[in-house]
Design a binder for this molecule. Structure first.
Ligand SMILES: Cc1ncc(COP(=O)(O)O)c(C=O)c1O
Length: 265
């Protein structure tokens, strides 16, 4: 059997390895606080379960538009207005099988081989592999002060002429840190000036505690959506405990959405 060079180069999932390690330790009776897979304990809302069951019962489960059904897009538009204070058009949205697929498809859409993507440590372990899977180069930036909050000076040192994008994941997996409003404002201003895409992986944006506030991104840009470099990724997995439903989405300028849709077809 032959396997492609690319497939061979992808490392084993550290999350799955951790899951297994935690399972073995628990079997031995050890009290483990497991920070592996982000699997919320809350059950999926009963309304989502009943609506899905009702839909299945109609038998009307054929192909849907590659960029998402109009009714789901409408719900995402409402969600974006309520949570981001931003009105977006259906053409700015693409629905996917989860935030993970959205991040991957965005990278596929924007990167040329050898383009660099800045990933802020500590980071979700899938990001570097996703960048490699589309022949990009992950550039890991670790805060030099040893903390968990990224610093502009460290990021600016890592930017090169190959930098195409930066992934911002706040609230952050695995640290739980919510990046400051000041940092989000600075990174957006800096990247928009340089023409670097800012991929906001907001999948944990509602899981914020202790009076902390998550700053929604759009208010930090003066550009309209079509000329902005902000790309938002979100989904239902973490917030609603609906990891198995596999529903996520991306919001971006129309051209990027059109190109991502071509990947889905
Ligand atoms: C930062 C981050 N983004 C995305 C995902 C995946 O989300 P989804 O289930 O919607 O694909 C995870 C899952 O652990 C995550 O930690």
């Amino acid at each position: 059997m032959t396997v492609s060079q690319l497939a061979k180069s992808i490392a084993e999932s550290p999350t799955l390895k951790l899951n297994e390690e935690a399972r073995l330790l628990r079997e031995k009776g050890e009290a483990v606080i497991h920070l592996g897979a982000g699997e919320p304990k809350n059950r999926a809302p009963i309304s989502a379960i009943l609506s899905s069951a009702a839909k299945l019962n109609t038998g009307d489960v054929k192909y849907t538009p590659a960029d998402g059904t109009p009714s789901l897009k409408k719900a995402i538009i409402k969600y974006t207005e309520e949570n981001y204070d931003k009105v977006v058009a259906p053409e700015n949205i693409i629905v996917s099988a989860g935030a993970k697929q959205s991040v991957y498809n965005i990278l596929y859409t924007i990167l040329n081989p050898q383009d660099e993507v800045i990933i802020l440590a500590p980071y979700w372990v899938s990001y570097p592999e996703m960048v490699r899977m589309v022949y990009g180069v992950p550039v890991i930036v670790t805060p030099e002060d040893g903390g968990f909050h990224p610093r502009m000076e460290d990021i600016m040192k890592a930017v090169s002429s190959y930098t195409k994008a930066i992934i911002i994941n706040s609230p952050n997996n695995p640290s739980g840190v919510v990046y400051s409003e000041e940092f989000i404002a600075q990174i957006i201003e800096y990247c928009e000036k340089k023409g670097i895409y800012i991929i906001m992986d907001d999948i944990y944006h509602k899981l914020v505690f202790d009076g902390k506030k998550w700053p929604a991104c759009y208010r930090f840009t003066k550009k309209d959506l079509e000329s902005s470099h902000i790309i938002v990724v979100n989904g239902v997995s973490k917030l609603y405990g609906m990891t198995g439903f596999r529903v996520g989405w991306a919001i971006a300028p129309r051209e990027l959405i059109t190109n991502q849709t071509l990947i889905h077809i």
